[in-house]
Each structure stands twice: as structure tokens, then as C-alpha cells.
Design a protein around this ligand. Structure first.
Ligand code: PGA
Length: 260
């Protein structure tokens, strides 16, 4: 399965534009995904979820709705937060957890990521867990993961996956997201992203003592993906993308989804 996850972030501002964006993307995507091994997930801002959901094509199970975050409790006195149960009830099947922008601006920590991940799994949402390093120069000349990146990925995964069972692990989609590549127009080299994804699998294999399980988990790439560079990542062996900027351009997004 190849995943194309559109993270609209805090865009667009007007609901009319959100609907127009969705409709335009859907028109192009519709014929590309049916019957193929492709899953498209659209993650609009919370306030647009319901309206976007009403525009979803009936019975199509290749296009799904996702949220960009959720809280770790199901309900209660948590002003401003959104429960994973609310998201599920609204028709979401996926939720992004631990995006670096939430760490940077939203006070997200390893502990909150772990709690959110558990809450999302409990609510039967498929979490898209983001991990990645802040600084560049994480690979040596041969594209091997440097010690620093290895350490960062290990810490992030260990923290995020604390007390998460092997059975629920298979519901998680992992996304390698080098922070320096997000929104900068400078994507990682596909081979480097592949090295990082293999390292992620190795860490999970170590944590769970199961190499076969780790091999089967989807690991995506995110960070300045566009229609020009996306094919390289698929050829390298990544399992799809988390797409920010390019998901706001329907033609660009549709081109990426159309890649084989
Ligand atoms: P970008 O965002 O495609 O705009 O770089 C990617 C992400 O935030 O995952």
C-alpha cells in the first residue's frame, strides 16, 4: 500500500476555499486510486472536517479523512482540545501525531505524543507518527545514518511507543520527517530517506524483537515533497508521503498521487 497523506496545516482560511480545494483534488484523484494499492488521506483543519466529510464520495474506500492532532483524553475539562472519539465520530480514520510543528509551537513532548498515540489507537484511529531530526548533515557521504540521527530517531520512537503492544503497533503509519526539509523547498535525498526508514525499522525490530513485523510497517517520507521529486522516493522504496505545501495545490497533489 502506498499512502498519500495531505496535511493542509492551518490552511486555507475560508471554508469555501477548503471545499474548493477538496473538490478539485477529489476530481483528479478519484480515477487514480480506485482499485489501486493507494490510500489517500486528507487532513484539513479541525473546523473544516465536518464540511469536507459531507463532500466525500459515497462508498469510496481509498480516500479517507484525517485530523492533524488530537488530545489524549476522551472527554472532560480540557479547554480547546479535541477528543479522538470526536474525530472518530465525525468520520476520521487517521490522525497525525507528533508533527514537528506541534513540537515547535504546541508544546508537544515525547510524553504527550505517547499519550496521544495510545488514545488515538484506543479510539480506532490510525495514527501517523512523525519522527525526524532538526539539523541537516545527518548522513555520511555514503548515505549512512550518522550517530546523531540514529540517537534522535531511537529516542523519539522509544518515547512514542512506550507501552504500545505489538498488535496495536500494526495500526501505526510512520513518517520520517527531517525538520530541516519541512516547508523549505529542500527535500532529503531519496537514498537518505530510505536509510532513515530502514533505521526506523531496525529500531522498531529491536524494541519489539520482531524483524518481520518491522519490515511490514509503512514508513513514509515528509518534507518538501512535490510532483518533481516524489517519484524518486517511491523508486527508493518509501511507502508514500506526508505532503504539506503541495497538498494545497490540487494539480500538484494529483500528479503525486498519480505516480506509480
Ligand atoms: P511540506 O510539509 O510538504 O510543506 O514540507 C511536510 C510536512 O509537514 O510533513
Amino acid at each position: 500500500m502506498v499512502y498519500f497523506i495531505a496535511n493542509w496545516k492551518m490552511n486555507p482560511v475560508r471554508i469555501e476555499d477548503a471545499e474548493a480545494l477538496f473538490t478539485a483534488a477529489l476530481k483528479g484523484i478519484d480515477r487514480l486510486v480506485l482499485g489501486k494499492d493507494k490510500t489517500v488521506v486528507i487532513c484539513p483543519p479541525f473546523v473544516f472536517l465536518e464540511r469536507i466529510k459531507t463532500n466525500f464520495p459515497e462508498g469510496k474506500r481509498a480516500i479517507f479523512l484525517g485530523a492533524q492532532d488530537c488530545f489524549w483524553e476522551e472527554k472532560g475539562a480540557f479547554t480547546g482540545e479535541v477528543s479522538p472519539l470526536m474525530l472518530k465520530g465525525m468520520g476520521c480514520d487517521y490522525v497525525i501525531i507528533g508533527h514537528s510543528e506541534r513540537k515547535q509551537y504546541g508544546g508537544e513532548t515525547e510524553e504527550t505524543i505517547n499519550r496521544k498515540l495510545k488514545a488515538a489507537l484506543k479510539a480506532r484511529l490510525n495514527p501517523v507518527l512523525c519522527v525526524g531530526e532538526r539539523s541537516r548533515d545527518s548522513f555520511d557521504d555514503e548515505g549512512k545514518v550518522q550517530w546523531g540521527l540514529g540517537l534522535v530517531l531511537r529516542e523519539q520512537l522509544q518515547g512514542a511507543l512506550r507501552d504500545i503492544s505489538k498488535t496495536t503497533l500494526t495500526k501505526i503509519i510512520f513518517s520520517y520527517e527531517p525538520v530541516w526539509a519541512i516547508g523549505t523547498g529542500v527535500a532529503a535525498a531519496p537514498d537518505d530517506a530510505l536509510s532513515a526508514s530502514m533505521f526506523i525499522r531496525k529500531i522498531i525490530a529491536d524494541l519489539y524483537g520482531d524483524r518481520e513485523l518491522a519490515r511490514r510497517l509503512p514508513v513514509l517520507y515528509g518534507g518538501s515533497v512535490d510532483a518533481a521529486n516524489a517519484a524518486g522516493f517511491l523508486q527508493a522504496g518509501l511507502d508514500g508521503f506526508l505532503i504539506g505545501g503541495a497538498s494545497l495545490e490540487p494539480r500538484e497533489f494529483v500528479k503525486i498521487v498519480g505516480l506509480n
